[in-house]
Design a protein around this ligand. Structure first.
Ligand code: PBG
Length: 327
């Protein structure tokens, strides 16, 4: 069949019809809100590099989680800003560390709420790299022990899901072994499996105080030119015991999300990162883009590419809009 019998425009003629035939619908159930946690109490401070986002003390993070769960957002992912840093990043696994304290506060205020703990050392090391150094490079195998130790401390504090974002080889196996040995056999791992060395993490590094003090992360994060390598990373992480895999960033990697979903058919997450957030916010602030439509379109595109779970700084706000998405 072809024109003039076939006229695709017939199914686009009204909002109700477009809604009826929409192939992709984003609901709050698939969204995760990142929260940046500080030591102290009663702090909710705007983050300059990410307008609309805040640094929260543990009590305020707990309040925020109550608000998010009332809006239908099932989970938060936590990042910590410790008050001291050292060469090994030891603040990451302290029993009373910033993340552990925030996890406990959220779980005690809101026991059913899902808390995902981002697991990386870069916020805790004084040099800002994602592991311990040997000379000027990150020592992969020495870092694994510290990651496993951190994962156990996060699970012990009550984290429901551990999400390693460091990109060390073999970390999923090391974390799985550490968790199992400590009795956390049922704690799932959401692996940042295909994490690219992306220019789009800039605002986050300012928000988390985690920019490397020298060099960059290209010796451990992936080259954005590579797709087959992403499949290999995902394959390795699944073989090591990852329960869910993530592709990051999201919009620059829609092809990778699709490839991962089609090849492995496993729960696939995508992280719409700080630079993706900043681009739309900045263009909208200039009046150059319709903010709400741009956010809805980007979330829908990420879901259409195959993401089951989307980590996004707009989770809270988008939860209000999704029922009326129309672009
Ligand atoms: C930690 C980590 C980063 C992000 C998430 N976890 C920064 C980085 O790898 O440099 C970036 C998130 C964002 O930009 O929103 N390793």
């Amino acid at each position: 069949m072809s024109f003039p019998i076939d006229r695709p425009r017939r199914l686009r003629s009204s909002p109700a019809l477009r809604r009826l035939v929409a192939e992709t619908i984003v609901t709050p159930d698939s969204l995760v809100q990142p929260l940046f946690c500080l030591p102290g109490s009663e702090i909710k401070r705007p983050i300059p590099s990410m307008p609309g986002q805040f640094h929260f003390s543990a009590d305020q993070a707990a309040q925020q989680s109550l608000k998010l769960s009332a809006m239908g957002i099932p989970a938060v992912i936590l990042f910590g800003l410790p008050d001291r840093k050292d060469a090994a990043g030891s603040g990451a696994w302290e029993e009373k560390g910033v993340i552990q304290t925030a996890i406990r506060a959220i779980k005690s205020a809101n026991p059913e709420y899902l808390v995902i703990a981002d697991l990386c050392l870069c916020e805790y090391t004084d040099h800002g790299h994602c592991g311990v150094l040997k000379g000027e490079t990150v020592d992969n195998d020495a870092t694994l022990k510290l990651l496993a130790r951190t994962a156990v401390s996060q699970a012990a504090a009550g984290a429901d899901i551990i999400a390693p974002s460091d990109m060390m080889d073999g970390r999923v196996a090391a974390i799985r072994a550490g968790l199992d040995e400590a009795g956390f056999v049922d704690t799932p791992i959401l692996s940042y499996a295909a994490k690219y060395a992306s220019a789009f993490y800039g605002p986050f590094r300012e928000a988390a105080g985690s920019a490397p003090s020298f060099g960059d992360r290209r010796a451990y994060q992936m080259n954005p030119a590579n797709r087959l390598e992403a499949l290999r990373e995902v394959e390795l992480d699944l073989a090591e015991g990852a329960d869910m895999v993530m592709v990051k960033p999201a919009l620059p990697c829609l092809d990778v999300i699709r490839a991962v979903k089609d090849r492995f058919g496993r729960v696939t997450a995508a992280y719409q990162v700080s630079g993706e957030y900043a681009m739309i916010e900045a263009a909208a602030a200039k009046g150059w883009i319709d903010r709400k439509r741009a956010v809805c379109e980007s979330l829908t595109a990420i879901k259409r590419a195959g993401a089951d779970v989307i980590i996004t700084y707009w989770a809270e706000e988008a939860a209000l809009w999704l029922g009326e998405m129309e672009f």
